[in-house]
Design a binder for this molecule. Sequence first.
Ligand code: C2E
Ligand code: CA
Ligand code: CA
Length: 624
Amino acid sequence: MGSPELRNRVLVVDDEAPILEEYQYSLGDRLVQTDDNVAMLALEQELFGQASAVHSTRQFDVEVCSQGGDAVKRVKEGVANGDPFAVVFLDLQMPPGIDGLQAAEEIRAIDPNINIVIVTGSAPVCPETFAQRVPPVDRLFLFQKPFHAVECRQLATALCSKWRADQALRKSHELLERRVAESTVELHRLAYYDAATGLPNRNKLLRDLDELINAARRGGTMVGVLLLDIERFGFINETMGYESGTELLGAIGARLEGIFRGTDIAGRFGSDEFACLVGNVGDQAALREIVARVEGLFSEPFRLGGRELFLKVGVGVASYPVHGREAEEVFRCAEAALHRSKRHVIHETTYYERAMGEFARRQLELEAELRAAISNGEIKPYLQPQICLRTGEVSGAEALARWIRPDGTVISPGEFIPLAEEVGLSDAIFETMLRQLADEISAWRREVGWNAPTSINISAHQLRNPHFSQLILSVLAARGLSPDTIKLELTETVLLDDLSVAKHFLAELVSHGVGIQIDDFGTGYSSLSYLAELPVQSLKIDQVFVSRLLDEPTQARVVQAVIALGSAFELQVVAEGVEEKEQLDYLRENDCDFAQGYLIARPMPPAEFVSWLTGTLSSRQALA
Ligand code: C2E
Ligand code: CA
Ligand code: CA
């Protein structure tokens, strides 16, 4: 016997008691082996692969009744109990109740899967009529009385196994359909909702804005779009952990949802950007009120990991029909306004203004491109090695930013770093450079075992960022790297921008072991007094001097002076832009400590740098 839902339940219906006995004999377990049924039983086994009833345990669960009405009731109960019949044998004539054909119709209406066998006597029948009245044809059979016991048994066996196969097929179809339905829902969710907050995502927001704009067009009202950027979210993620970051996003989403109900919608627009769409706004004053409510949401702290966290947001605002007539256009204006707001050291709400003009628009586009490039990981560190002039060993490397466009074009930092500084993106560039660099350093320490420090360039903006040193320390700590893994390269201009701030800031980093190096030395201020005041470890001679070293005696004297200055202040000296062997020899003879330049190697993508490193370390010399 199979599992309960797959029992071979057989219902036999006949008004004559002797016939019911026949059935019970045929379908029972005591079918006697006589000469003429042994052959048929063997055939049965061959056909249906079932052990002969003579030897097996009970093959069928047989129930009997003598009236069509009872049969209908039994079938109904079976279906209701989840234990349906596989086969029903129905006598055609069963006075005084309904006849077999009518019973068959009623049974079919209750159970579409049951196999119905109409058992006819000698009276002539019309199979086509039967098939029409009790479809489908493949579940309706005619059987002639009087029947041979083995024939009856074989028919029941065949129909039961057919029924079981049908059931199994139906189950798998149902399962499949359910899976398809579930994944359709899931796909919809993935396409239109953000996983971390459950809020509508950018796609959904654009569609919703379309609808709000259509409604506003009909009603002659405004639609406001507010974009919110969470200040320093990346830093929170880094210091408190990714899960806390996700939790925080959820909490922000919940607050926003709390004030946006009905036709207004809050959604997540980017990694740390939220959007609010406000339909049916009467005028600008009403919009300003809503903006104030959103800002108010952030005056209360968020609780995260038992701590209270005050968040600052930048808000960019634009509206239909003032700034655009289509959803995309209004969104773009709100984005432009948001980016404007982020330029301020302390983010503030910015309303999009047409007066931002064409130039500003182009600048914003470029800025938006660069911003997208940063979040799409298109800004990558290239690495250029430095060698020790005394030993020839690879003594360090410098990370130089490259913007790799999706089409493979490489944009040099000279083209995008100034823009980044101007629009307040240099912190974001530094952050992505630092993270990637720290990942690469961990990888090559593991793979090559090379431990020399790597330098990274910083710009003035970073010295004003109060979280800066914490960011560096936490990025390194998260990867198990010590602070002396990194050296910061600052130009004199950066340093002298605000010396007292720089001093305080550098002292903190140096106390943790981070190295500080002065870049492009000799091109900036001529005052050297700061060298005594600042916790600096090395100087980089600008490549301008190195390149003219051999041709212009004054340049050579500058180089010698810088080297002498270095030794007076106990600072190491690095010469950059070394392109010729003669320059290298001159620097070595004049006791310069380190050299960097195309002669040794060009800046390379990390993978190439690691191969270079492996080759150089195994030959033990960077420069023959
Ligand atoms: P830098 O810090 O003075 O970097 C040295 C520049 O000289 C690099 O240009 C490097 O590729 C190039 N260079 C190296 N060896 C030679 C050589 O032998 N001959 C010549 N002619 N050039 C050589 P790059 O990579 O175009 O970077 C330009 C500047 O952009 C850098 O000058 C640095 O000030 C800035 N920069 C690069 N990456 C970053 C960054 O991640 N953040 C910031 N704030 N600035 C960066
Ligand atoms: Ca540099
Ligand atoms: Ca330099």
